[in-house]
Ligand binder design. Structure first.
Ligand SMILES: Nc1nc2c(ncn2[C@@H]2O[C@H](COP(=O)(O)OP(=O)(O)OP(=O)(O)O)[C@@H](O)[C@H]2O)c(=O)[nH]1
Ligand SMILES: [Zn+2]
Length: 318
């Protein structure tokens, strides 16, 4: 396979039958850009529904003319996706981390954050929460306080100021991301492009080239894109739009507690094995929710989100 990546257009016909290895580094609609083991990139189309690939997928492909056809998507370690009533949107596959970037400003939605964390947990992908714009002192303090329950969970919350302390932030991010593949998600304005450009100088230019290639010249940045942070191509960063309306229809209501670590921690202490933690007597979760009178391990806002999501996910099933 040593020369498998060098399928130049003219060589395509002779090499036609051999399947080659590749990594999907961008996708838009049904088209993908596939990177060969030697680092060359070409546009590929899926053979059929079964070979519909997403960024991060390892595929087997075949050259055709100056493009390629994806014949096979290799088994995935995980797939990060959201699902609402109408459709499923896959973000990326084979991830080590989902980095959720929020900021002191604009104010983040705790619901959206909780949903993204649940989706990551469901696919056993380690989440990292980073709070950007620590230079905006007061809004940052407010946001940091709102994140108290999240600072106690997972790997905590990483404070950043991508503009004011870029060098220090670069170092702390690289400690977490080196050698891994990470999907960056976050609401508009949180600093995703700033982060990508800090870790991958020139990323914005590359993005434009890729989206132009995939959209036959139209200027758009709506595609999901993979970047290599290092020259050795061992650390991957994936940028993806679409943090809003993070649908969790693929998750059953009774699964929910197990996917919220602070709630899961007390869900084993309930009197009933099939406790919904909404109203049952002897519920270990309810007993640990903080109230105005008594502190508790589960914050009131997290428990409220649990209840709302439980109701939302119950409506969608019979
Ligand atoms: N004060 C402050 N502003 C920042 C910081 N990091 C980024 N910004 C600014 O926040 C704004 C949004 O940053 P972007 O990197 O474009 O955010 P984004 O998440 O890519 O936004 P979308 O493209 O809308 O999704 C820009 O004006 C940045 O200059 C920071 O650490 N502190
Ligand atoms: Zn319970």
């Amino acid at each position: 396979m040593a020369k498998s990546g060098r399928a130049a257009p003219s060589a395509a016909t002779t090499a036609a039958k051999a399947l080659q290895d590749g990594l999907v580094v961008a996708s838009h609609g049904r088209h993908c850009i596939v990177e060969t083991p030697s680092g060359e990139r070409l546009i590929c189309h899926p053979r059929g529904k079964k070979s519909q690939a997403v960024v991060g997928d390892r595929v087997r492909w075949q050259p055709s003319e100056d493009e390629g056809t994806i014949e096979q998507v290799l088994p995935r370690r995980n797939l990060f996706y959201r699902q609402d009533e109408i459709r499923t949107k896959s973000f990326a596959a084979n991830l080590d981390h989902v980095l959720i970037l929020i900021a002191a400003e604009p104010e983040f939605s705790e619901h959206q954050l909780a949903r993204a964390l649940i989706a990551a947990e469901a696919e056993r992908i380690a989440p990292i929460i980073a709070l950007n714009k620590s230079d905006l002192i007061e809004p940052f303090e407010r946001a940091w306080a709102r994140l108290a329950p999240y600072r106690r969970m997972h790997h905590g919350v990483l404070p950043l100021s991508l503009k004011a302390s870029a060098e220090a932030d670069h170092a702390s991010l690289m400690k977490l991301l080196a050698g891994k593949c990470t999907l960056v998600l976050g609401p508009s304005g949180s600093g995703k492009s700033t982060l990508t450009n800090l870790l991958v100088p020139g990323a914005d230019v590359l993005t434009q080239e890729i989206s132009q290639a995939l959209n036959s010249g139209k200027h758009t940045t709506t595609s999901t894109t993979w970047y290599w942070i290092d020259e050795a191509r061992s650390t991957g960063l994936i940028d993806s739009p679409g943090f809003q309306e993070f649908g969790l229809n693929h998750i059953a209501p009774m699964q929910l507690a197990g996917l919220m670590p602070d709630i899961a921690e007390h869900a084993g202490d309930c009197k009933f094995y099939n406790c919904t933690h909404l109203h049952e007597p002897g519920c270990g979760v309810i007993a640990n929710v903080e109230t105005a009178e008594a502190p508790g391990a589960i914050s009131a806002s997290r428990y409220r989100i649990y209840g709302e999501l439980f109701a939302e996910l119950s409506q969608k099933r019979y």
